[in-house]
Write a new protein. Sequence first.
Length: 401
Amino acid sequence: MKKHYFPKTLFQKLIFTFIIMAAYLVGRELPLYGVDLAAYDAFRDKSADLIMQTIGGDRYKTSLLALGISPFMFSTLFVQMIVAFKSADSKSHTSPKKITRATLILMVIWASVQAYLTTKSTIYIYDGGTELILAKVISGIEMVTGAFVILWLATRNGKYGVGGQTILIYVNILDSVVNTVKNIEFKELKVVGILSVIALVFTIIFENTEYRIPMQRISIHSIFSDKNYIPIKLNPIGMMPVMFASAFFQLPAYIITWLAESFQDNGDLQWLSENMDTNHPLGIGIYIVVLYVITIIFSFIFISPKNLAESLQKAGDSITGLKAGRKTRVYIRNRLLIIAIFSATFLSLFIALPLYLHMEGMIPAAGMSLPSILIAMASINCNLYREFRVVKEYDAYIPFI
């Protein structure tokens, strides 16, 4: 029987990840059918909407991977939210196969909607007629296909490499940082640079600092019995709010764009369509509200006080000084709410402030999203470091296995 090669050591996993990253970068350079690439030269290196680029495939939506990782992220998150709201018994009857099927179906729908709306704003080499319609259909199919290519790359990297899907986001982040720094003069970089460094430092601190709720375990009767606790990071869900806020922000933006296309005589819809981005006050306000709400809601979804309280009660454990059950759940909920609000305020401040300063003319457009990008980068780096340590420690045990 033929043996298949699977990366095992950290070095082998890193090599595999670099191959995945190279394949992703090549895909970003493959142009869609019929796209007028020359028309985009005037916008080259001048795009300011960097927040959306962190989950986008390419800056100008002209390549095979134009949709980026957002269809996969959005569908995965939506299904996870539905599962999270189910009871423990209902979750146990939900098979991974059903979850995967639901995710893929939702991904096809979301990617198709994105592809359709992207073709509406894409510049093609054809002026009209059957050729233009054909170009839009073919390029739309290519974009949906590209979304599933990204899904395959992310899945392979998650299984055999390091970083999972976030490594593809990391490529977009590095590209955004390089283009931002390259297109801003040093004197214009001072204000946004200071904000970015502060945001970077605080993100690293919050990613590696946790609030500890002391607890008692009936199964432990040793010197470690008084050192048990429930850890909650000060930044509970890391970079997820920044990434998913962008994905959720796209939903009303796409709806408004579709309505504006359908009712071109409606001035209000045209105004909304023109202002629904992170370069205008309306778009900034909606984005920050979405970010704030998502940070709090996701904190409660992925760190469920109800599930924690039920797990403690079933195991016979308890929080020090509290009875198991409702009081424990309320206590965890209150502490988590405070931490989630703290995290949401931090993220919103360091993302909204540079956007506001840009409107006041104090920060160039190309750099207004730099703090948010560095927040995401710092969070990913912390997670990658932890994963590297786990794989490295596993490598040390290989000779004994």
